[in-house]
Design a protein around this ligand. Structure first.
Ligand SMILES: [Zn+2]
Length: 304
């Protein structure tokens, strides 16, 4: 028998199968999410890939994490702007395919749980992911903080610069419109008239091109100050930064330096900001562990 963990992203979906009691995958496969093709077609494709990866063996536990607001207790994806899916009965549909022992969670929450799992005994952990957008998960004493409307940690659309760059949500000056990957690309396009991928923009700033240095420094400094504010608000034992852009060494160092300058230096407080190093990813590890602990226990989940 195998355990199954699936991370549904805006563009790519990672499917990983694990032997019982192992936390490194037996096999993985990444597919295009193609959310525009609809949820039914997506389910067909992930079932096909999962069956191939397990060789048709039964699934013992399964977990799915996804971008967007997720009600874990009811197993619903309430709304995901990145996927364009609304009120999807994720648990209901997937339990028909994989059996009842499943668990659904928001991707940042699952990732925070994965980071907490590799740092056992951590009292309060915050996890900030920086990739196309920006999100956050919080684990307090081993429990995920979901919020009253399943939206705790939705920091990407916090307005940090009124009248600032246009965001995908229709407003201006959101954190991710300045410091997320898509934001960096858009700002570069608007200011310099050049269309480049996030990584290229960060690399050009690293080699000293002043035009890119200015844009990247502004982004990282804004994010660093926001991270300092998070630390001042929740006072975590550890704050972990991950995501494809967050894990970029140069970008992380700039964010780290800005946060260290900006946080409130409470006497005796030792601010710990770490780079995520979980493999294959904290999203997948957290989803796997949650599935093993709570799979099929909807409504009575300890993590709610
Ligand atoms: Zn926004």
């Amino acid at each position: 028998m195998f355990d199954l963990a699936i991370d549904i992203g805006g563009t790519k979906t990672l499917i990983a199968v694990f032997k019982e009691n192992e936390s490194q995958p037996f096999a993985t496969e990444k597919i295009s999410t193609l959310s525009d093709a609809g949820f039914e077609s997506f389910v067909e494709r992930i079932v096909k890939v999962s069956t191939r990866l397990t060789g048709g063996s039964p699934i013992r536990r399964w977990g799915v994490c996804t971008a967007g607001a997720v009600n874990t207790t009811r197993g619903l994806l309430l709304w995901s702007p990145n996927l364009g899916w609304k009120n999807v009965d994720l648990y209901g549909v997937l339990s028909q395919e994989f059996g009842p022992a499943g668990f659904i969670e928001n991707d940042c929450n699952a990732a925070a749980y994965g980071e907490w799992y590799v740092r056992p005994g951590t009292d309060l952990l915050g996890y900030v992911t920086v990739s196309t957008g920006i999100g956050m998960g919080i684990v307090s004493e081993g429990r995920i903080l979901h919020g009253s409307h399943c939206a705790a940690g939705e920091i990407g659309h916090t307005i940090v610069r009124p009248g600032g760059p246009q965001c995908t949500c229709g407003r201006r000056g959101c954190l991710q419109a300045i410091a997320g990957g898509r934001g960096l690309e858009r700002v570069t396009q608007e200011k310099l008239g050049i269309s480049l991928a996030t990584e290229e923009i960060v690399n050009l700033s690293l080699i000293g091109d002043l035009r890119f240095k200015e844009i990247v420094s502004d982004a990282a400094d804004t994010l660093g100050r926001f991270v300092a504010n998070i630390c001042d608000i929740i006072d975590p034992e550890i704050l972990v930064i991950g995501g494809s852009l967050g894990r970029n060494d140069h970008y992380f160092r700039l964010v780290f330096e800005s946060a260290m300058q900006a946080y409130y230096p409470l006497p005796g407080r030792d601010l710990k900001i770490e780079l995520s190093s979980v493999t294959p990813s904290s999203n997948i590890l957290g989803t796997l562990i949650l599935a093993r602990q709570y799979g099929g226990v909807l409504g009575g989940s300890e993590s709610n």
